[in-house]
Design a protein around this ligand. Structure first.
Ligand code: AMP
Ligand code: MG
Length: 347
């Protein structure tokens, strides 16, 4: 794998990473409008295209190797751009290898279990990329901002004391550690939106008829808890960014830039795993050669013994011929150019 490229991606996402053990104050530490020197959307779109291609390649190898799984947790405030990020970043990968799961208000059945139960049941398998659109982190965000949610969780008294958040952070870190140790890599992205950009996006949902369906007055009411959420996010980022499952705070005021960052974070994780296609053993290779002989012998009259091989051979021949033609053309062109330059110089 290109080390250069891996280094460049690591460098690009470094300012977004929450250093494990550091104390985050969102408003002071992370700027939602940051663009890392990428000035134009056009350049961002080009970067994203490269990221999508790399992602597709890594995902094919991840699936073929069937040893590791990857879980991407996406968190954001309303209108933070989670849906669009998933749509764009995953646009190039084989849908069979990706599992996107959204988490809403828990059902009665879900409330009848421990709080990590529903997330656990929806984890990706080996060879898969799983995306949580909202995740187990809601359990220390919306549940913390609105304690009514905690009351609905039917916890025993001893489990809902004032240390409940600290305990949940520890339990979440332990759970993620366990998953990582067993071959499931976890990356976490928080799409960091400014309050003003959220206002603009809500208004767009009202102004553009095709977006009306996305508008929810509940989301606007939730905006009144902006400061509470900022505090809950800051505490969560400080307590749960770990060496095995770090948080990345992605600036989300420019959607195109958020997508470039999300793709880069995901590609970085996959490059780190560096999944490989399984090696074919000598025995399998011998077996393949035997079967090829049998299939070649079955060729009907007039057909090539191996039509695929013939096709690729012809393709290669044509490529070589074109290469030669082009180089002769260029040589003639250069010669004519040099000759006319000589003429000009001597006149
Ligand atoms: P949306 O993502 O817009 O479909 O909304 C899903 C809603 O479910 C949001 O308002 C979340 O706050 C809420 N939600 C997600 N997880 C939980 C949870 N564990 N407890 C309570 N509410 C949740
Ligand atoms: Mg919503």
């Amino acid at each position: 794998m290109g080390d250069d490229r891996a280094d460049r991606i690591a460098e690009f996402i470094e300012p977004l990473r929450v250093e494990p053990g550091s104390k985050v104050r969102l408003a002071e530490d992370f700027d939602p409008g940051f663009r890392a020197g990428v000035r134009k959307k056009k350049d961002g779109v080009e970067l994203l295209r490269g990221g999508i291609e790399q992602l597709a390649d890594c995902q094919r190898r991840l699936a073929a190797q069937d040893t590791y799984g990857v879980l991407l947790c996406l968190q954001a405030l309303d209108a933070g751009g989670k849906d669009g990020t998933i749509r764009h970043v995953m646009s190039g990968v084989n849908p069979q290898g990706v599992r996107v799961v959204g988490f809403k208000v828990p059902s009665n059945d879900e409330l009848d279990h421990d709080y990590l139960w529903r997330y656990s049941r929806n984890l990706p398998g080996r060879g898969e990329i799983g995306i949580f659109n909202r995740s187990h982190y809601e359990e220390v965000l919306v549940v913390r901002v609105h304690p009514d949610n905690l009351r609905r969780q039917k916890l025993p008294d001893a489990a809902r004391g004032p240390d409940v958040w600290k305990r949940r952070y520890r339990e979440i870190n332990d759970w993620e550690r366990y998953l990582t140790d067993n071959g499931f890599r976890i990356v976490k992205i928080f799409l960091n939106l400014s309050k003003e950009e959220q206002r603009t996006r809500f208004l767009k949902r009202i102004d553009v008829p095709e977006r009306n369906w996305k508008f929810s007055s509940a989301d606007v009411r939730e905006r009144a808890y902006w400061d509470d959420y900022q505090r809950a996010f800051s505490k969560m980022l400080s307590a749960t960014s770990t060496p095995w499952a770090p948080w990345y705070v992605v600036p989300a005021d420019h959607k195109w830039f958020a997508r470039v960052c999300a793709a880069a974070v995901l590609v970085h994780t996959l490059m780190d795993i560096d999944p490989q296609y399984p090696q074919v053993t000598d025995e399998t290779r011998r077996e393949l050669a035997e079967v090829r002989k049998e299939l070649e012998a079955e060729a009907p009259a007039g057909a090539a013994p191996d039509p695929y091989k013939k096709k690729t051979k012809n393709k290669k021949k044509n490529e070589k011929r074109n290469e030669k033609k082009n180089s002769t053309k260029n040589r003639t062109k250069n010669r004519t150019k040099n000759r006319s330059a000589d003429k000009k110089a001597s006149s």
